[in-house]
Design a protein around this ligand. Sequence first.
Ligand SMILES: Nc1ncnc2c1ncn2[C@@H]1O[C@H](COP(=O)(O)OP(=O)(O)OP(=O)(O)O)[C@@H](O)[C@H]1O
Length: 478
Amino acid sequence: DFLPPELHHLVSFLLRGLMARFNADIKIVVDEYDGSYTNELYSAAQAYLGSHCLDDAPVVRLSKRHDCPFPTPSLPSYHTTHDSFQGIPLQWSSVVERSSSSSSSSPSRSSSLSSDHRYLELSFPSRHREAVRSHYIPHVLAEADRIRLRARERRLYTNRSVVYGDDHRNPWSPTPFSHPSTFETLAIDPVLRDEIRDDLLRFVSRREYYSRVGRSWKRGYFLYGPPGTGKTSLVAAIANLLEFDVYDLELTAVHSNTVLRRLLVSTNPKSVVVIEDVDCSLDLSDRNKKKKKKKKSKPDSDTEEREMDPSEGGTGRGTSSVNLSGVLNFVDGLWSSCVGERLMIFTTNHPERLDPALLRPGRMDRKIHLSYCCPAAFRMLARNYLEIGEEHELMAEAEALLAEVDITPAEIAEMFMRCDGEGKGADAAMEKVIGEMRRQKAASPPSERGPAAALGPGMENGFLLGCDSCMRGDDDAH
Ligand SMILES: Nc1ncnc2c1ncn2[C@@H]1O[C@H](COP(=O)(O)OP(=O)(O)OP(=O)(O)O)[C@@H](O)[C@H]1O
C-alpha cells in the first residue's frame, strides 16, 4: 500500500521471475546408446519403469526373452509416466526420433536394429537437482538390479550366444544353451576338479573383496591340452555350475578392436566369455619371436613394421583387424567399466603359439592343463558310461596301460558309447578300449607328458616354472 504503483509492479515482476526460476522443470536425457555402447542407465530405467508402470499405466510394453520364463514390461515409445521419490514429483517420457532412413513404421513398433534415436527424458523441478542426481538415479539403478536378479533366479536355463555380423546394436544373438556337461560327468583328475570348483565358488562369493582391493570382478581361465581332453566340456560344466550365460566369441568374425570392446561391454553380468582355439583365431603369437624374425628379413619401412606389429595397433592377420593389443585390452581393463562378475575363458591346443603377455597372471588367473586320460578319469568314464566300478576285472589292466599310452577321454568315451549302442555291454567296451591301448603301445612309445612339455620350448619360464603359485596359476597367492 505504501509503494508507488511503478515500484509495486517492478517488485512483483521480479518475484514472479524468481519463483518461476525456482520452480522450473529441468530435464535429464538418457540416451539408449552412449556413442556405440549400450547405456546401462537406459536399460536400468526401462526395467525400473516397466515394473513401476505395470499396475497403473494406460500402456505398457511386454516382451519375453527366450531365457526368461515370464514377460518383462517396459515403457513404450512416445509415452509418459509419473513417479514420486521422497516427495519429488518426477516425469519420465520415452522418445524416439526417427532417422530419415527408417521406414514410416508405427510408433509402437520396436526394432533394436533400426538406427532410430531412442531416449528417455526425466523432468523434475530444478530445486531437486541434487536429490535426483545423488539419490533418485542410484535408486533406479539399484531397483533395476533387484528386478533383474529376481528374473535371473527364476530363469530356466542359461544362454549361449554367438556373434553375427557387425551390427553393433545387437551384437550377441542368444540361443538356448543346455549343454549337459557338469562337474559330475567331467572325467578329469578329481583333485583338479575340486580345485577348479572351489576356485569358482570362491570367486563368485567375493564381490566385496574385489571391490575392496580395487580390482574388477573378473577371472580369466586358460585351458590348454590336446584335442578331446574336455576343454569345451569344462566350459559347459562351469556355466552350468555357476548358472552363467555363455558368450561364445569367434574372434575372426570381429572386425576391429572397437567392435571387440563393444561386444564385451554389451555382455551381461554373470557371464562367461569364451574364445575357443584362440591360437587359430588370430595372430596372437609371441611378439619377441616375431620381432627377431623381422630383423632377419629387414622390413622395408616403418609403416610395414607398424602394420605387422599388433602391439603398435597394427592390423595383425587376415581380414579381422583385431590384434594382440586389442585382445590384451579386452582381457585386462575393460571390465572395470562393467558391473557384475564375469569369467573369461581361452582354450587352445597350442599354448606355445601364444604371446606370453596374454597369459601372465592377472590376465589369465588360472592355467589349467587338461591332458590325456588318467586312471581316476578313466574310472569316472567307466562309471558314467558303463556303470561299472573299480571291481571290474579289466579295470587294473586298463589303468596300467593308461600309464603307457596317450589316449584322450574323448576317444575312450567314443568307444564306450559305440559298444553300449551295439548292446555288447560293459565287458566288450572294456576289451575294446584295452585292445586299442595295446595297439597304440605297440605302435609308438608314449610322448612325454606334463604341462611344461605341452607348453613347448620357451614357455617353461613364462609362468609355469616361475614359482609354485604360478604353476597352479593361483594369483591370489602372490
Ligand atoms: N574330460 C572329459 N570328461 C568327459 N567327457 C569328455 C572329456 N573329454 C572329452 N570328453 C568327450 O569328448 C567330447 C569332446 O570333448 P571336448 O569338446 O570337451 O574336447 P576339447 O578338449 O574341447 O576338444 P577340442 O580341443 O578339439 O575343442 C565331448 O563331447 C565329451 O563327450
